[in-house]
Write a protein that binds this ligand. Structure first.
Ligand code: AMP
Length: 402
């Protein structure tokens, strides 16, 4: 029997998201989420997708740690005949946020790799520790199975130095590994490829600007399937306006917050990452709420929307300049896939760049990749639902199959 199943794990500090896929046909066998790990009110929601009409099963009660969480997931999978002890399981694919400069490809994790991942924790203190814990726990449950780390930074490793290097003192920057890395890489990789497919071209002959607009948001410029620039930097804070992150600002704002505002580094970190962006501007980080309030005439929601769109437009223009020739602009993630209002506002006025929307096409809600540009537009505008789990499974499976 050929092992074709891949379990994808996305381990956060207090949550684990998972999907079991069968790579024989890229189908999903089960999906689930464990939340509030370590609290009294933990919750495991498991949805089997085999056997037709299967319903979600929910467990509520204390789940002490990631090990208990993964054991709970394994028990749920076993009930559906999909246990982690199955010989059909080929690999476990792990989302790892930061790969530094070392990990630019999916990597089978052994003790050396685990030690290297630990050394990257200072670059992603909020994310990498949980990712590493997820790998350790999965290894302890199935030590014989390849554990494949797929990095959020990897797709951006092809950026030329002119794009990734900050204009900082080189010695200082290099000593501290300060450079632009970029994130959401599995999404940018997947969406840029799917956009080429939608245009009936190969990735190699397609230049795409990908706009990943979720609660976190990033843009990338992809030339011939290769990332040449992206908006996030050393951390996911740089670039676009996000749900709770400021995106770009003058670095001197930080000195001012410290010297004049009397804030500590940790307070400034929390302010810029958690209390800025849409939520900082108007009190809501959910774009649906921002749009609803804006439609009702709320001035702060309208301002938050305008700041968000202004930044987005600047990145579209910048990446058109970086690429020289643009074949498509692709919108993806929660906001990009669902908000016709954001797409319409972002593209309007960009006719000189060859961009124009078809209002009717843009208004359609669908789960399929689709074109929403006007017939006459020189550059395609696409809405392409992202699928980071499928991309992680695809990369992990390709690696273990050789
Ligand atoms: P993600 O991080 O990709 O899961 O995206 C989550 C975000 O998508 C939410 O915080 C919402 O702001 C946004 N979103 C989801 N549905 C819609 C919608 N119909 N219109 C506008 N924004 C949406």
């Amino acid at each position: 029997m050929t092992a074709t199943r891949v379990l994808v794990l996305n381990s956060g500090s207090s949550s684990v998201k998972y999907q079991l896929l069968d790579m024989a046909d890229a189908s999903r066998l089960a999906v689930g989420l464990v939340e509030r790990i370590g609290e009294e009110t933990s919750r495991l929601k498991h949805t089997p997708l085999t056997g037709g009409g299967a319903e979600a099963r929910v467990f509520e009660g204390p789940i002490a740690d990631h090990k208990a969480a993964l054991e709970g997931v394994a028990a749920e999978l076993s009930k559906d005949g999909l246990g982690l002890d199955s010989p059909e399981l080929a690999a476990i694919g792990h989302r790892v946020v930061h790969g530094g400069t070392k990990f630019t490809q999916p990597t089978v994790v052994d003790a050396d790799v685990l030690a290297e991942l630990e050394s990257l924790v200072p670059l992603a203190p909020l994310h990498n520790p949980a990712n590493v814990t997820g790998i350790e726990v999965a290894r302890s449950i199935r030590p014989d199975l390849p554990q494949v780390a797929v990095f959020d930074t990897a797709f951006h490793a092809t950026m030329p130095e002119a794009a990734w290097r900050y204009a900082l003192d080189r010695e200082t920057a290099d000593a501290l590994s300060i450079r632009r890395y970029g994130f959401h890489g599995t999404s940018h990789a997947y969406v840029s490829r799917e956009t080429a497919k939608l245009l009936g071209r190969t990735p190699e002959e397609t230049n795409v600007i990908v706009l990943h607009l979720g609660n976190g948001a990033s843009a990338s410029a992809v030339r011939g399937g290769v990332c040449v620039d992206t908006s996030m930097g050393l951390t996911p804070l740089e670039g676009l306006v996000m749900g709770t992150r400021s995106g770009d600002l003058d670095p001197a704002v930080i000195f001012h917050l410290a010297r004049v505002g009397g804030k500590s580094v940790d307070e400034i970190d929390a302010l810029l990452n958690k209390k800025s962006g849409l939520i900082g501007l108007c009190g809501d980080n959910d774009q649906r709420e921002v749009e609803r309030r804006r439609a009702e005439g709320d001035a702060s929601a309208a301002l938050a929307f305008d700041v968000y769109i202004h930044r987005l437009k600047k990145y579209i223009g910048a990446y058109a300049a970086v690429l020289g020739r643009v074949d498509a602009v692709a919108f993806t993630a929660g906001v990009g896939e669902n908000s016709a209002t954001v797409r319409e506002a972002a593209i309007s006025g960009l006719e000189e760049l060859g961009l124009a929307l078809d209002g009717e096409r843009n208004a359609v809600r669908a789960d399929e990749p689709r074109l929403v540009s006007a017939e006459y537009a020189r550059v395609a505008v696409a809405v392409v639902p992202t699928d980071e789990e499928l991309e992680i499974a695809t990369q992990a499976y390709a690696l273990v199959r050789g």
